[in-house]
Design a protein around this ligand. Structure first.
Ligand SMILES: Nc1nc2c(ncn2[C@@H]2O[C@H](COP(=O)(O)OP(=O)(O)OP(=O)(O)O)[C@@H](O)[C@H]2O)c(=O)[nH]1
Ligand SMILES: [Mg+2]
Length: 326
């Protein structure tokens, strides 16, 4: 069967041929895998791409280990989701992370203060969401390794300095960088990293400064129409509560509490699952063997009545309490 490869595929293949670093090669292979037409005629090619991808991933880890170094641009995920910041120098990325988490990134009035990513945990009600501060990008320089950090994220926050004359350039450049590097990616294939377009939020920062008002208007008029600007000021704490809420909503996760039959539910430590998860999915994240062993489940919260018995494909909602009997 003919493969009928598309121009996008050949383009991605060209990028792969020119790639120098392992991260670039991985990114290009991911792109090839994402755009390759998915039908019988390409099954072998898809399998081959997956094999090459995992070979490069392993090689990257092995090299880093052999060199005895930890990649500072790889931030291990923790909490209910990983949210990575992106922006030009001095847009207030570090100040925002400092004011929303207990991390202490350096905040200074000179540009390029942050040189490597730094993570902090942001409390949201009864869970924690990871925020990752990053070194800045400009039209001239992007820190090597940053694209990997961004591609791995569950959600991105682009910061533009609303008090700066070049806020519109900042906005346009960041968005085109994310698109060009394929960091933002519509519905991806398994094994391909990338952030879906709906998981991108643009923050207009430093809105306590008077010039921000006109600049926000300019960005709304001249920027891409489909982007909503979310105003914040880390210095004054403006918009931060709404931002926490927005981040939780955008991550599209639910919290589920579990209950052992005959006991009170554990309301302290929820399981965090993707929206749309079922009772079976919850069982799998409690224990590998539980999906096989579970006999019945009852729900308090979203079901018609409290303690209702439900099937294993029952779709859970945020704050449901689930009792699984085995
Ligand atoms: N007025 C005002 N100033 C702010 C705000 N947030 C940050 N700043 C100031 O802006 C400057 C830059 O802040 P940082 O948080 O270091 O900016 P950054 O984006 O991390 O900068 P780089 O690490 O260089 O990329 C500092 O002087 C901060 O005090 C804000 O909400 N309002
Ligand atoms: Mg910084």
């Amino acid at each position: 069967m003919p493969a009928n490869l598309t121009p996008q595929y050949y383009e991605a293949e060209e990028v792969f041929k020119k790639a120098v670093t392992i991260e670039e090669k991985i990114a290009a292979l991911e792109e090839m895998l994402a755009v390759i037409p998915k039908h019988k005629g390409t099954e072998k090619m898809q399998a081959d791409l997956k094999k090459r991808l995992s070979k490069f991933k392993e090689e990257g880890q092995r090299k880093a280990k052999a060199a005895g170094r930890v990649d500072p641009f790889f931030i291990e995920k923790q909490g209910a989701g990983q949210v990575v910041l992106l922006g030009f120098p001095n847009t207030g990325k570090s100040a925002l992370v400092a004011s929303m988490t207990r991390a202490k990134p350096k905040v200074a009035e000179y540009p390029f203060t942050t040189t490597i990513p730094l993570a902090g945990m942001m409390p949201y009600q009864d869970i924690f969401i990871q925020l990752v501060d990053t070194p800045p990008i400009t039209a001239e320089v992007v820190p090597p390794g940053l694209s990997g950090t961004l591609r791995n994220a569950d959600m991105l926050l682009v910061l533009v300095d609303a008090a700066s004359d070049d806020c519109l350039e900042q906005l346009m450049y960041c968005l085109s960088y994310l698109k060009e590097k394929k960091i933002i990616r519509e519905g991806s294939a398994p094994g391909v990293r990338g952030v879906p377009p709906g998981r991108l939020l643009v923050l207009a920062s430093r809105t306590d400064l008077p010039e921000s008002k006109d600049n926000i208007q300019i960005m709304n008029e001249l920027g891409p129409g489909d982007i909503e600007l979310f105003p914040v000021s880390a210095a004054r704490g403006l918009g931060l509560e709404a931002l926490r809420e927005k981040i939780f909503e955008t991550l599209d996760v639910i919290r589920v509490y579990t209950k052992i039959p005959g006991r009170e539910p554990d309301l302290k430590t929820p399981f965090v699952l993707k929206r749309g998860s079922t009772v079976l999915g919850l069982a799998g994240s409690i224990h590998r063997d539980l999906p096989r062993l579970m006999k019945s489940a009852r729900i308090w919260g979203s079901a018609r009545f409290e303690g209702q018995s439900v099937m294993r494909d029952y779709v859970l909602q945020d704050r449901d309490i689930v009792e699984i009997a085995q």
